[in-house]
Design a protein around this ligand. Structure first.
Ligand SMILES: Nc1ncnc2c1ncn2[C@@H]1O[C@H](COP(=O)(O)OP(=O)(O)O)[C@@H](O)[C@H]1O
Ligand SMILES: O=c1ccn([C@@H]2O[C@H](COP(=O)(O)OP(=O)(O)O)[C@@H](O)[C@H]2O)c(=O)[nH]1
Length: 236
């Protein structure tokens, strides 16, 4: 029995690179999709927000000195590409996914319409929210918090490069220790950078818990959905 009936899964764009320098690594995206399929088989409704760092990193050199908002729109378009790749990989694996974009590019993907997204979820389809929030100066983590609240997800699952929230950035501080759970107030107060403060604040206000766990650990997503001890819970 899944511990959650409906989840919002935030997938790191950068994780899609696998060991490549940028772009989408085939084996990595297939592995991620199969992990999502495992939780849909438990009867859990899944909505996904994916980042764009893997593609944006490849063009970031060209964005130096660029207007911030313009660079952010490029980042949002990168998330659209990742969303299309993810949906197509899901199709190949026998799942049904729908991509909905926060910016209008109708010939490519349908626009985000909340009731339609809810309908897809009820039908057991995976909904992939593309283009973040549709606004510059935001992140896909904030898009995950926003869409998670909108669709009434019971939890936001942040699948990322680290296996939880640490007392400091574990990539920089070898002495950092991992929390098994931490309150929003503490995470924000300690300025922990694993998620941006806007995303934390939105989830705190909506009383929407977040679980941070490793995208690279096989079976971790399923363990999280089954309510097992995995990653870090950020709670009210
Ligand atoms: N206190 C912390 N606990 C865990 N990770 C942290 C912390 N502070 C900074 N980080 C960094 O945050 C990264 C995850 O956030 P982010 O770069 O937004 O990833 P994503 O690509 O999943 O959106 C981790 O790889 C880690 O290096
Ligand atoms: O609502 C949003 C979501 C994303 N972005 C842009 O899209 C990029 C890619 O998203 P993100 O960095 O969150 O992806 P990830 O770190 O997961 O790869 C961001 O850097 C922003 O430039 C944005 O402007 N508004």
């Amino acid at each position: 029995m899944p511990a959650y009936q409906r989840i919002l899964l935030k997938l790191s764009g950068e994780a899609l690179m696998g060991d490549d320098a940028y772009g989408i690594n085939r084996a990595t995206i297939v592995r991620m999709v199969r992990e999502v399929q495992d939780v849909t088989r438990l009867g859990c409704e899944v909505a996904v927000v994916i980042g764009g760092g893997n593609i944006f990193r490849g063009v970031a050199g060209g964005s130096v000195g660029m207007d911030r908002a313009t660079a952010d729109y490029m980042g949002m378009l990168a998330t659209v590409m990742n969303s299309l790749a993810l949906a197509d990989t899901m199709r190949q694996e026998g799942m049904t996914a729908r991509v909905m974009s926060a910016i209008s590019i109708e010939q490519v993907v349908e626009p985000y319409v909340r009731p339609k997204a809810l309908q897809y979820l009820e039908e057991g389809k995976v909904v992939i929210f593309a283009a973040g929030t549709g606004n510059p100066f935001f992140t896909t983590d904030t898009a995950a918090a926003l869409r998670g609240a909108e669709i009434g997800a019971q939890i936001v699952l942040k699948a990322t490069k680290v296996d939880g929230v640490y007392s400091a950035d574990p990539h920089k501080d070898p002495l950092a220790t991992r929390y098994s759970k931490i309150s929003f107030d503490e995470a924000i107060g300690r300025n922990l950078q694993v998620m941006d403060a806007t995303a934390f604040a939105l989830c705190r206000d909506q009383k929407l818990p977040i679980k941070v766990f490793s995208i690279n650990k096989p079976g971790a997503l399923k363990r999280v959905v089954l309510g097992e001890d995995e990653g870090t819970l950020v709670h009210v």
